[in-house]
Design a protein around this ligand. Structure first.
Ligand code: ZN
Length: 79
């Protein structure tokens, strides 16, 4: 599965490959178990965060676990 990942160094999106077994979503109607799009850890959708770096082809954000989200957050301030 191909997704778009933001490159903080050059400010552009490039394609990244996500393992086929991972369930990654941009939205969910019910709370469901998904994989963090960055590290793959299983998390509940309700506890996931809107990714600031991974998007689908329509510009919708995928979901990250709290650790990945919080690790990346400081980097976005240097854009
Ligand atoms: Zn993660």
């Amino acid at each position: 599965m191909i997704v778009h990942r933001y490159n903080i160094v050059n400010g552009k999106y490039s394609e990244a490959t996500i393992p086929n077994g991972w369930k990654v979503v941009t939205n969910a109607e019910d709370d469901t178990t998904i994989n963090c799009i960055h590290c793959g850890q299983q998390i509940s959708f309700k506890e996931s965060f809107e990714s600031k770096r991974y998007k689908d082809e329509h510009g919708r954000s995928y979901r990250e676990c709290s650790i990945c989200y919080n690790n990346f957050l400081p980097l976005t301030k240097f854009q």
